[in-house]
Design a protein around this ligand. Structure first.
Ligand code: NAD
Length: 288
């Protein structure tokens, strides 16, 4: 199966941590990218984030200046979804909430051409359920990048019950053409990585609740002693506690309240306090 042609325009909805990273990846692969967010200021900071990442690569000698400018010029901020009618691929990276995502996809299906592919970057929600209200559910799939999207190689291509194999294969080939390592996954709660990762966070949070070790200690053990790229607490701070808590709840509920996936009160408190991790300046660690 062939990757999408570079002249297919990509619409990314949600310009937060993931949306801006995905826009970076698609623009770097040669696509024109429309970047939209319900909050216009998020589009501005998303574009600034892409610029900052490109500047870093230029400074390190890994990207020519002219190429960095061309990539940034391919990211077009849009103030309304109407401006992106000619997009052939829409990738959603908004809040982890099924109802909100379903409403967005109904709007996108009405707006974009019949050949457009719709994809969600959801971490855990059912692709089958998200597609259920659509007229063309076969053209819908999960396209799950990892944080930060420009640096993390893995992409899960998630098929729901209605996803056409050709659509999943096209997304697989496209992710590969974008320099990623794609894997096919089925629409099960948390797919592959977020299902396996839940106990990693949960057990670390239980150790903390029992006061058996501090976040710094556990992170250092997992990172320096066990070879993980990041310890569980610094990783949760990077992901964002609002996002990670929503994913935990969704996986827990989807597995009919299986205790293995039970959310943590510690994490809930952080969300209540607005201590969302790096993005808010405070989480398990201070970043301000
Ligand atoms: P984020 O909070 O950084 O960004 C979300 C953006 O979506 C915000 O800018 C917000 O204004 C916008 N938004 C919310 N509702 C909207 C709507 N209805 N229409 C338009 N814009 C809307 O969140 P994020 O970390 O980028 O996560 C986005 C999605 O990606 C979630 O589904 C999350 O589960 C998934 N995801 C997150 C990570 C991670 O590590 N953070 C990794 C993989 C996947």
């Amino acid at each position: 199966m062939k990757a999408l042609n570079k002249n297919v325009k990509v619409l990314v909805i949600g310009a937060g941590a993931m949306g801006s990273g995905i826009a970076h990846v698609a623009a770097r692969a040669g696509h024109t990218v429309y970047l939209y967010d319900g909050r216009p200021e998020a589009v501005q900071s998303g574009c600034a984030g892409i610029d900052k990442d490109l500047r870093y690569l230029v400074a390190k000698g890994r990207l020519p200046e002219a190429e960095a400018q061309a990539i940034l010029a391919r990211v077009l901020p849009v103030a309304a979804l109407d401006e992106a009618r000619d997009a052939g691929l829409a990738i959603e990276a908004i809040v982890e909430n099924l109802d909100v995502k379903q409403a967005l996809f109904r709007d996108l299906e009405a707006l974009l051409g019949e050949d457009a592919i719709l994809a969600s970057n959801t971490s855990s929600l059912s692709i089958t359920a998200m597609a259920a209200g659509l007229t063309r559910p076969g053209r819908f799939a999960g396209l799950h990048f990892f944080n930060p999207a420009p640096r993390m190689a893995l992409v899960e291509i998630v098929s729901g019950l209605a996803t056409e194999r050709a659509i999943a294969d096209t997304l697989h080939a496209t992710a590969r053409a974008w320099g990623k390592i794609p894997v096919h996954a089925k629409s099960t709660p948390g797919f592959i990585v977020n299902r396996v990762a839940r106990p990693y966070y949960a057990e670390a949070l239980r150790v903390l609740a029992e006061k058996a070790a501090e976040p710094q200690t556990l992170d250092a053990i997992l990172r320096e002693g066990c070879g993980f790229a990041m310890g569980p607490f610094e990783l949760m701070d990077l992901i964002g506690h609002d996002v990670n808590f929503a994913v935990t709840r969704s996986v827990f509920e989807a597995y009919f309240n299986d205790r293995r996936f039970a959310p943590s009160l510690i994490q809930q408190e952080l969300v209540f306090a607005g201590r969302l991790g790096r993005k808010s300046g405070h989480g398990f660690y201070d970043y301000a």
